[in-house]
Design a protein. Sequence first.
Length: 427
Amino acid sequence: AQTVARNQDGVVTVGGIDVQTLAEQHGTPAYVVDEADFRSRARAWRTAFGTEADVFYAGKAFLSRAVVRWLHEEGLNLDVCSGGELATALSAGMPADRIAFHGNNKSREEITRAIESGVGRIVLDSFQEIVRVAHIARELGKRQRVQIRITVGVEAHTHEFIATAHEDQKFGIPLAGGQAAEAVRRALQLDSLELIGIHSHIGSQIFDMSGFEVAAHRVVGLLKDIRDEHGVELPEIDLGGGLGIAYTSDDDPREPHEIAKALTEIVTRECEAAKLRTPRISVEPGRAIVGPTAFTLYEVGTIKPLDGLRTYVSVDGGMSDNIRTALYDAEYSVALVSRTSDAEPMLARVVGKHCESGDIVVRDAFLPADLAPGDLIAVPATGAYCRSMASNYNHVLRPPVVAVNDGEARVIVRRETEEDLLRLDVG
Ligand code: LLP
């Protein structure tokens, strides 16, 4: 559904608008999100899972009020993991019962606000939190729907910082040693909690379905133990997010319908073997929905050829708008988008304007040798975890998010200004 093309002048157009016009009207750097593409990916996830499952978009990937409205209109639910994300969701009209609240260290205020506003579920992440949420719910005179997040002991094949199902880490309650079973025992004893299911999230940017297979097997094993011990069949299982996207042409992501089919089959098969009613499945894709739908538009500044090495191409942003290259060694591609060029390709490194040498956006890339200051270049697949992890390092202003659709561009998150920076500085 992505609507990228080049016009007769060789300028790239997206959503019916050329990038030259976008740069003139909105400045650079800018994140440009293709609304039609976002909606069609959200819809593809929704329809792939049908009415028997729920899709919770993971707001941490990128959240704004416009995005919340698109999700609501496309029939998706929302996963939030902080008071700020919850506030954004509620202020854009997402019904609270379609929100799941996550986090390993939710504050009392966050828990209180979540329960008061009526969120559909709180995902409990520790023994202490079971007691804390139960206590707050009781004080508020409510019975809160909850899931328990467990770590199933899977080694997901992804970067260490974003793998989350092995046991030696901060999220969830280990299945090992009967700890998850003990958590379930405690939750079931507390009247102010309604335990609706078990949650597992194994990591992020994953292509291999085998990790999900093992996770589903172990979660269903726990559901069976719960049935045997307590005589209750929990109605839901959440397998988290983490499905990978293509950052470069080497990556080969699965389509939502293939993922839905695989996950549904695994859970159904495991439940049949355990003689359990198949629970309602939910998933929490973030990156897989928003990641491919946006690119970052930069203007080329200083170009510095280093003989025998490579050419350093500086852009007007950098690690403050995309920390992923520095943080995870993430790979991106880049293209000249304001014109075509027949020049020879040169080995380039796209770097930012920050005061550190690790400020790299694209480590290795080929760009035409006639690249010049003022050219526009685009880095695709920056929809997830770029604006949401953006910083003000060096007091650089965070770029806007511009949504394009049907020949129209609309700012959905405006560019930061120096006044914005100074407003917080009250010393
Ligand atoms: N559900 C839970 C409980 C999660 O912790 C996450 C991501 C997701 C869903 C969504 O995962 P996704 O489908 O987007 O992979 N900043 C890192 C990614 C951190 C992901 C944290 N949790 C990055 O830029 O790659």
